[in-house]
Design a protein around this ligand. Structure first.
Ligand code: C2E
Ligand code: CA
Ligand code: CA
Length: 713
């Protein structure tokens, strides 16, 4: 833009010269024809001259017109009037020029500051900010060249440059800047030679001063040479500083000395200040970001950082066709250390582990603490390489760690998943590494490579969960019945309902508890059993049945009313139901209240697995139980072991004392039964009498039952 002003100035000068020549040649004729008016025409060529010279130059030139006017024969008042008139016209031309320039300057200053301000607010990286600022300096600021330096130890290093003149291009090649004109190199500058840190200008910038130079005077300097090639003259350099220090410099150049050197310098300084504060903001953001992706304790990446960087690492590996391995690491016995010696010791142990991990791997391997005592490493390795590294890590971690002068031993279980063989995404690798680690830990292997079997085990669980929910929704869980018998009276006491499904209860009952559907399951069983009792009754068989209730079910709000409502709905007497609950169910006030309420309603209650829970005997005596079930673990060795015998006898005594009847569970052999009879226990349940059976087999069993009791095999 300044170059354009230069071109226009030359045209104006030509017009002024032509007008002056015409005036002098035609002056006598003009004077004769127009009288003194012809002097007005003289002003026509003085005004452009004033434009070129500026207000003061114009005024000076106008006053200097006194000489040619005197030569032309003017004297006295005429001479004074004409000279002042000429000065006024040229001065006005100069003034107009200044106004125009100022207006233009303000306009481009506004545009430049506006764009840099926007960049400062929106740029997401220092590179984006500085590139944009250099671009704005030539596009909006009207400068010929804009250059931004990074402050480096001992000086400044060029980082970004832009040149307005499309004939020129500046490229960086192996430590040099090559300036090309129309595609052909015209000047090569050493980057080191452009480092002006040691020069007076560089030192002034470091002191946060503004430097304005006439580049053409800098002979022998790289800038001077560049100035001649590129055609700039004035260079304004300003510091880019954050609150604490100078972090870079910005320089812009003009083809000619600016009329507004001071204003121009202020404008550039303003741009520099904007860049400084924006760089500070970006640096802060970068710091915060790095905090968000690193683990504060160990300085390793955290899970989020690992996922971010790991993804990039895998993409690179895929491009280069390199195998990678994910090592998933879980410390052994960390919880013990943490519990026994406190968090601080635990933290120090984790830090020591992180350091050893860093030593056992290469610097380009990606390490992370995933949380708690779990770590991960993403390394470039195939199956064998990964196993070697895993072994090395385990050896390293096996050495004792000194904590408060004491030596603590830890160790790690490591699971390995391979990229791309086992998985192609980092999430999958982590999941599979975790599974392999789990198996390594379970089986005490130290480390294990992922095996598709690990996956099936998990998928199996997921599938099981899915199927269980479906079975509950569709009534796919059946009740089988196992009798509780009275050996003395030869009678059936009640039939315990046991849930049957595709998987054994020992796996799906805990699963139902875990996924929060145990209440639905227990209630489905209850409904099922009540309906069955009603059907049997319709066939002329008045039977009682037991239903197992998990602690969660017993504690469910409104349970007694719910059961009461179901019984009323089927018109079944409450005494026909026995509810079996474990001691764990008694640990809450609500559980106890529910039991009392259910008892009041007329249901019978049994404590399941007596002696394996942790309820106090005192509490049990206060509760309205009818039966107390002695678990199979106590019953199993009752015939052979005197201690077992004593325990079972003790429970029998206690039951009698409390006015409760004891049921021996899991009776299998004749010896067990005989011993139980000797100890005075007459209620029993077990394979000896019947395993759990489907309801349709119950009538047949009932028909044979007394005979079986009389003729024990
Ligand atoms: P539990 O209530 O103690 O049930 C007794 C378990 O012992 C049953 O196992 C039964 O089949 C088994 N058993 C019976 N007699 C013998 C024997 O002579 N020898 C041996 N070795 N075992 C015998 P099952 O059916 O596998 O049930 C396991 C557990 O699952 C039950 O233990 C109970 O806690 C739970 N369960 C079953 N159905 C339900 C239900 O509908 N709801 C709830 N909450 N839990 C249930
Ligand atoms: Ca039971
Ligand atoms: Ca039991």
């Amino acid at each position: 833009m300044t170059a354009a002003v230069g071109g226009r100035s030359r045209r104006l000068l030509g017009v002024a010269a032509a007008l002056a020549l015409a005036f002098f040649l035609l002056r006598p004729e003009l004077a004769r024809a127009l009288g003194d008016v012809h002097l007005l025409l003289a002003a026509l060529w003085l005004a452009p001259l004033g434009w070129l010279l500026g207000p003061w130059g114009g005024l000076g030139l106008g006053l200097a017109m006194v000489l040619p006017l005197a030569l032309a024969g003017y004297r006295g008042a005429d001479l004074v009037a004409l000279t002042l008139g000429a000065a006024a016209v040229t001065g006005a031309g100069g003034w107009l020029r200044r106004r125009t320039d100022l207006y233009r300057f303000r306009e481009r200053a506004l545009r430049l500051l506006g764009r840099v301000g926007l960049l400062a607010a929106q740029a997401r990286s220092a590179g984006e900010l500085l590139e944009g600022a250099a671009e704005a300096a030539v596009a909006e600021g009207g400068y010929l060249l804009a250059m931004i330096w990074d402050r480096v130890p001992g000086g400044f290093r060029p980082r970004v440059w832009r040149i307005a003149d499309p004939r020129f291009a500046i490229e960086e090649e192996a430590g040099r800047l090559v300036i090309q004109r129309n595609g052909r190199p015209v000047l090569t500058l050493d980057l080191a030679a452009l480092d002006w840190g040691k020069t007076a200008a560089g030192q002034a910038l470091a002191r946060q001063e503004t430097v304005i130079t006439d580049a053409r005077r800098m002979r022998g300097y790289a800038f001077g040479e560049a100035a001649r090639v590129l055609g700039y003259r004035t260079a304004i350099a300003v510091p880019i500083a954050d609150r604490e220090e100078v972090v870079g410099a910005l320089a812009v150049t003009h083809p000619e000395p600016s009329r507004f050197a001071r204003e121009e310098a202020e404008l550039v300084r303003e741009v520099g200040a904007l860049l400084g504060s924006a760089l500070e903001r970006l640096a802060l953001r970068e710091r915060l970001r790095s905090q968000a992706i690193t683990d504060a304790l160990t300085g390793l990446l955290n899970r989020r950082g690992f996922l971010e960087w790991g993804r990039v690492t895998l993409e690179n590996a895929a491009r280069r066709g390199r195998p990678m391995a994910l090592l998933y690491l879980d410390l052994d016995r960390f919880k013990e250390v943490n519990d026994a010696r406190g968090h601080e010791a635990g933290d120090r142990l984790l830090l020591a582990v992180a350091q050893r991990l860093a030593r056992a791997t290469r610097s380009r391997d990606l390490l992370a603490r995933l949380g708690g005592d779990e770590f991960a490493a993403l390394i470039e390795a195939d199956r064998e390489g990964a196993a070697t590294v895993a072994k090395r890590i385990r050896q390293d971690l096996a050495r004792p760690v000194a904590l408060n002068g004491e030596e603590v031993r830890t160790g790690a279980s490591i699971g390995i998943a391979l990229f791309p063989d086992d998985a192609e995404s980092l999430e999958e690798l982590l999941r599979k590494g975790d599974l392999a680690m789990y198996r390594a830990k379970q089986e005490g292997l130290g480390f294990a490579l992922f095996d598709p079997k690990d996956d099936r085990a998990l998928r199996g669980r997921v599938a099981l969960e899915h199927a269980l929910r479906k079975a509950l929704a569709e009534g796919g869980i059946r009740a089988y019945y196992q009798p509780v018998v009275d050996l003395e009276a030869g009678r059936l006491v009640y039939l315990e309902a046991l849930a049957r499904w595709q998987a054994p209860p020992s796996s799906f009952i805990p699963l139902a508890e875990e996924i929060g559907v145990i209440f639905e399951l227990d209630l489905a069983m209850l409904e099922n059993v009540v309906a069955q009792l009603v059907r049997w009754e319709a066939d002329g068989r008045v039977l009682a049945a037991g239903v197992n209730l998990s602690p969660k079910t017993l504690n469910h709000e409104g349970l007694p009313a719910l059961i009461e409502e179901r019984l009323a709905h089927h018109d079944l007497a409450p005494a026909r139901l026995v509810l079996e609950v474990t001691e764990a169910a008694l640990l809450t006030p609500r559980g106890e209240a529910h039991l009392a309420e259910l008892h009041r309603l007329g249901l019978r209650l049994a404590i399941d697995d007596f002696g394996t829970g942790c309820a106090s005997l005192e509490r049990l005596t206060d509760l309205p139980f009818d039966y107390l079930k002695i678990p199979r673990t106590f019953v199993r060795e009752v015939a052979a072991s005197p201690t077992r015998s004593a325990v079972v006898a003790g429970i029998g005594h206690l039951a009698r004392h409390l006015g409760v009847r004891a049921i021996a569970e899991g009776v299998e052999g004749a010896g067990e039964e005989a011993r139980l009879r000797e100890l005075g226990l007459t209620l029993a349940q077990g394979f000896r009498y019947a395993a759990a059976m489907p309801p349709e087999e119950v009538p047949g069993w009932l028909a044979r039952f007394p005979a079986r009791l009389r003729n024990p095999s």
